[in-house]
Design a binder for this molecule. Structure first.
Ligand code: SF4
Ligand code: SF4
Length: 311
């Protein structure tokens, strides 16, 4: 259970990528981001173990890359490598590719990894259109399996180039995926706890490949932090949740925060996606929401200026 502060708490910290990463690190594989499913041997065991913890999500997924890590790996890649990697990833259906250093606070194992490549894949319309239940869950499982296979294939490609990798399966709990995606500049974590990106809104799955390459092409990325301000005025995901897995609570300073109660979430067991489909970023798209939000803020500013003139 974690909180995503809506009003900046006077006794707490401002919401930055780093702080959000910390506050959400335990929840980010919850929600629909943690739904069951894969075709790998370990899934049943992982599911069983995580259910014992009060959550059916996550678990350990051994790296199933087929190419071995090189014995004498390189650490510097050229532009051609990244171009080839991104081209291959897009050809397999990957929408976003981001690069980021990895803070230890995001890793849920005792390992440390310096850098990561973060990938997103679109969730199909069929999952969204299917009511929570066995059928939706099956569709969700298939998406996780597909994303896992793509990630292993990309890991093989990187290893064949002479670099070392470690795959974080999208259904696994090795890393907190949404904060990792935020740190890679792909988007921002909304009140739902899900990563919201310009290309896919919250309708996505995330995986990662830890990598030893030192010269990652970290890009100047757009600032998506305004999403939190928008969420403050929206709250539709909280209302849409049939299980009260997203709830509003008061902070010690009289503000409010959203908490995600993982054990109540049926995204994992029944493929629930209500918090995704009710999100304006899914319904209207990122640009539309941003334009309207910018216009609304502009009007508010004009009103304030007028009021100041009158005084
Ligand atoms: S709507 Fe609620 S129960 Fe459904 S996936 Fe979202 S948080 Fe979980
Ligand atoms: S439904 Fe509203 S509050 Fe929830 S994540 Fe989407 S924009 Fe934010």
């Amino acid at each position: 259970m974690t909180g995503n502060s809506k009003n900046k708490c006077e006794c707490g910290n401002e919401e930055t990528a780093e702080n959000t990463a910390k506050t959400l690190q335990k929840a980010s594989f919850g929600n629909t981001g943690c739904c069951v499913g894969n075709n790998y041997e370990t899934s049943a065991k992982s599911l069983e173990e995580s259910e014992e913890d009060g959550c059916c999500c996550g678990g350990e997924f051994p790296d199933q890359s087929l190419v071995e890590n090189p014995e004498n790996p390189g650490t510097v890649a050229d532009t051609e490598f990244f171009e080839d990697l991104e081209k291959l990833a897009h050809s397999m259906g990957i929408i976003n590719i981001g690069y980021t250093p990895v803070g230890p606070e995001l890793i849920n194992t005792n390992e440390t990894y310096p850098n990561a490549i973060v990938l997103t894949l679109k969730m199909g319309d069929d999952i969204i259109e299917t009511a929570p239940g066995p059928e939706a869950q099956e569709l969700n499982e298939a998406t996780y399996a597909k994303m896992g296979s793509i990630t292993y294939a990309l890991s093989d490609f990187i290893r064949a180039y002479g670099f070392t990798t470690q795959v974080a399966h999208p259904y696994g709990s090795m890393v907190s995926f949404s904060p990792l995606g935020q740190m890679a500049g792909l988007g921002w974590i909304g009140q739902s706890g899900l990563l919201i990106t310009p290309e896919l809104g919250p309708r996505l799955k995330i995986s990662a490949i830890f990598i030893n390459i030192e010269n990652l092409p970290l890009k100047e990325v757009d600032d998506h932090s305004w999403i939190l301000d928008y969420c403050e005025k929206c709250g539709k995901c909280i209302k849409a949740c049939p299980e009260k897995a997203l709830i509003e609570t008061e902070t010690c300073c009289g503000g409010t925060q959203t908490e995600f109660i993982q054990k109540r979430c049926i995204g994992c067991t029944q493929g629930c996606t209500y918090c995704i489909e009710e999100c304006p970023f899914d319904r209207k798209g990122y640009e539309h929401v941003k334009n309207r939000f910018d216009k609304m803020n502009e009007k508010l500013r004009e009103k304030e200026l007028k009021r100041a003139d009158v005084k």
